[in-house]
Each structure stands twice: as structure tokens, then as C-alpha cells.
Design a protein around this ligand. Structure first.
Ligand SMILES: [Zn+2]
Length: 240
């Protein structure tokens, strides 16, 4: 009887501990404006996570320090170009170890001069016309458009339960993707490149990139919130 009671109590305590064991995110912004209140309303709505917020270039100092280890996943909503050689090495070291990293929207534009970054995130938005394999590439953007979104991989944990949807958001066009990407979402919008969300293996990590997410219309979208919640959850589980 006593053993049973102790077992029951332990289960209850364990259950409480599990419920309270929220995953801890680092949300990284800076280098591009955004509407903060609706963005953080969305982050707060995700439920299963607590988060700290830091702006660039301070974020890269934290990423290069041992304090980064306490975060279960890094969520990048920055657009940053300033990074030191030792900070670059820190990104590569973390990815080699298998750190969970999720990149959103204008994070694709970061680090125009750092070639490894496109191999990490799985693509590149070219701010300036650049010769790539003999042809000039310059990326584009278009605000305030209705984007038809197709689920490319409906069985993936990130897209599970989502059906094709439309979202009022911003498209990026003429950005390039790496051959290693594993597509999750695509669009036929004429102003956009085809794939708009993917995972990309790098080191022992598999980063997640979601191009969507410019402003309040996306932040409020139940489809976008579901995508982001499932994306962060998948990323944490994938890198445990
Ligand atoms: Zn934008």
C-alpha cells in the first residue's frame, strides 16, 4: 500500500514537473523593422515555450558564449550583416553539435558576405545583382499580396494537420535555394521563388526556414501560428 502511494505521488510530482518544463527559446531580432506588439502576441500565443529576446549585434555575442547552451532553440527574426570570425565559428560549432535553429522571413537576407550562411539556411536572397554560375541574380520583394501556399510534405511534423492555404503577406522573388533543402511549402505566386519553407541539414543540425512572416496579417494567421508552433516543436525534438 505504502509503495503504491509513493508511486502515485511520484507520478503526480513527475506530471507536474513535466507540465512546467517549458522549452526555452532565444528570439533574435534586429536589423529590420517589424511590428513588435503583434509579433510578440504571436510568440506568447504559441504556449509551450518561454523565451528571451535579444537584438543584434548583441545576439551574436551571446551565441559565441557558453550561455547559449541554456536555450533549447534559437529563433532568428533578424536581418544582420555584422559578425566576427569567432562568431562565425560559434555558429558552425553549434550546428556541428546539433543546435536547433529556426530562421524566419528576412533572416534569409542576413550575412550577404558570408558564404557559409547560405549553406546553413539553405538559400540566399541577393540584395545586389550578383553573378552566380554565369548569370546575374538579384532578388526582389513584393508587399501586401495574397499568397497561395501549397503543402509540399503533408506528413512532416512541421506541416502536419495543415491544408493548402492562402495568406496575406510578402513574397520574395529570385532568391536561390541550395540543392540540399527538403521542401515543406511552395507557392505559384508569380512574384515568388517556388519553395517558401524547408528544412536543411547542416552539420548535426537540420535548420528550418520559413519565408513567410512579414507583418501582423501573418502573425495573426492561425495557419502561420500552427506552422511556427509545430516548426519550433519539431526543431527541439529533432535536436534533443
Ligand atoms: Zn518583410
Amino acid at each position: 500500500m505504502r509503495i503504491l502511494l509513493v508511486t502515485v505521488l511520484l507520478c503526480i510530482v513527475h506530471g507536474i514537473a513535466f507540465a512546467q518544463d517549458k522549452h526555452h527559446l532565444l528570439v533574435i531580432t534586429g536589423g529590420h523593422g517589424f511590428e513588435k506588439v503583434p509579433f510578440y502576441n504571436m510568440m506568447d500565443s504559441l504556449g509551450n515555450f518561454t523565451y528571451d529576446h535579444i537584438e543584434q549585434p548583441k545576439a551574436n555575442e551571446l551565441i559565441a558564449s557558453p550561455a547559449i547552451d541554456k536555450y533549447d532553440a534559437l529563433v532568428f527574426y533578424d536581418m544582420n550583416d555584422s559578425i566576427t570570425p569567432s562568431q562565425k565559428r560559434a555558429y558552425l560549432r553549434l550546428l556541428q553539435k546539433g543546435k536547433a535553429m529556426v530562421f524566419l522571413h528576412h533572416a534569409l537576407v542576413s550575412y550577404q558576405q558570408w558564404d557559409d550562411f547560405q549553406r546553413i539556411i539553405g538559400g540566399k536572397y541577393y540584395e545586389k545583382a550578383t553573378a552566380v554560375n554565369g548569370s546575374l541574380v538579384k532578388s526582389t520583394y513584393q508587399h501586401d499580396v495574397v499568397i497561395p501556399v501549397k503543402i509540399e510534405n503533408p506528413t512532416h511534423p512541421v506541416t502536419k494537420g495543415l491544408a493548402d492555404f492562402e495568406i496575406y503577406d510578402e513574397v520574395y522573388g529570385n532568391f536561390l535555394t541550395q540543392p540540399t533543402i527538403r521542401p515543406l511549402l511552395s507557392t505559384t505566386h508569380p512574384g515568388s521563388s517556388k519553395y517558401i519553407a524547408w528544412t536543411n541539414p547542416f552539420g548535426h543540425s537540420e535548420v528550418l526556414f520559413i519565408q513567410l512572416g512579414h507583418g501582423p496579417e501573418a502573425f495573426r494567421s492561425p495557419n502561420y501560428r500552427k506552422l511556427l508552433r509545430q516548426g519550433i516543436e519539431w526543431s527541439i525534438i529533432r535536436h534533443r
